[in-house]
Design a protein around this ligand. Structure first.
Ligand code: AMP
Length: 269
């Protein structure tokens, strides 16, 4: 395809595909001639106590979904293709990797940047598509691509949601029926909170109220509820977003033992 001068779009995944992943392929196809994906459950982004061993795997049905979406290639490397014997190189994106998700999962973005940089070298796409579902990850990748000079256009795709508002995620499969029903509360609380932030209410008050509401909804614990600047994820530095500012509300919370993350944009009126 490259020799034929085709523009190649790439959407990497960890498999267990849902319509959110498929939407990234469609976005890629609108930006390029052919689409490629990858399925690789990346060991370096999981800590020892996380769900690497139990992460859902469904390669056959994943490949069928990719093909149906118009994806021409899927790279399914073995761990040693990505991390050859004796491997000791890692990619660290400073600052952005150590706040929010990076505070709770200190290993996480180093694993992501290390695998994505290798996938970029192996696949050599012109365009790469990442979901806003993992908003901080999208910013980390943009930073890495800019800093290392990868000749790749990074495109963000909107978060696809279930009918009740729950952001689609491979990890939703871990939820029992009761937990699944309660988990819908996350997007409802977030939507309400984003509305208050748009209206200029106190960031401290509304994020604390959101955390309390999540616990009432049935979440076992809340790692963070934060309203940050959309472009850098830096705090606003004052208790209301300035008029016209673009913000991002970001949440991580546990439903039982399943950790769910979600985020929404808001613009202060
Ligand atoms: P994952 O397989 O979870 O590593 O995700 C692979 C890609 O799909 C990442 O760019 C995610 O941000 C994206 N993604 C995951 N869930 C969604 C969703 N609900 N909507 C859109 N993109 C998503």
């Amino acid at each position: 395809m490259r020799a034929a001068g085709k523009r190649i779009a790439f959407a990497p995944t960890m498999g267990a595909l849902h319509p959110g992943h498929v939407s990234l392929i469609k976005i890629g196809l609108a930006k390029a001639d052919v689409a490629a994906s990858s399925i690789f459950v990346n060991p370096t982004q999981f800590a020892a106590n996380e769900d690497l061993a139990t992460y859902p795997r469904a390669e056959d049905s994943d490949l069928a979904k990719l093909e149906a979406a118009g994806c021409s290639f899927c790279y399914c490397p073995s761990p040693t293709e990505i991390y050859p014997p004796g491997d000791s190189t890692r990619v660290k994106v400073k600052d952005l990797s150590h706040i929010l998700e990076g505070e709770v999962r200190p290993h996480f973005f180093e694993g992501v940047a290390s695998v994505v940089s290798r996938l970029f070298l192996h696949v050599a796409p012109d365009v790469a598509v990442f979901g806003e579902k993992d908003y901080q990850q999208l910013l980390v990748i943009r930073r890495m691509v800019q800093d290392m000079g990868f000749p790749i256009e990074i495109v963000g795709g909107p978060t696809l949601r279930e009918d009740d508002g729950l952001a689609m995620s491979s990890r939703n499969a871990y939820l029992s029926a009761e937990q699944r029903a309660q988990a819908a509360g996350l997007s409802h609380v977030m939507r309400e909170t984003a509305g208050k932030l748009e209206a200029g209410e106190s960031i401290r008050t509304v994020t604390q109220a959101a955390a309390d509401a999540l616990l009432v909804t049935g979440f076992a614990s809340v790692d963070y509820v934060e309203a940050r600047r959309a472009d850098t994820l830096a705090p606003f530095g004052q208790d209301t977003a300035p008029v016209g500012a673009s913000g991002r509300l970001l949440v991580a919370a546990r439903m039982g033992t399943t950790r769910l993350i979600d985020n929404m944009g808001f613009v202060r009126r």
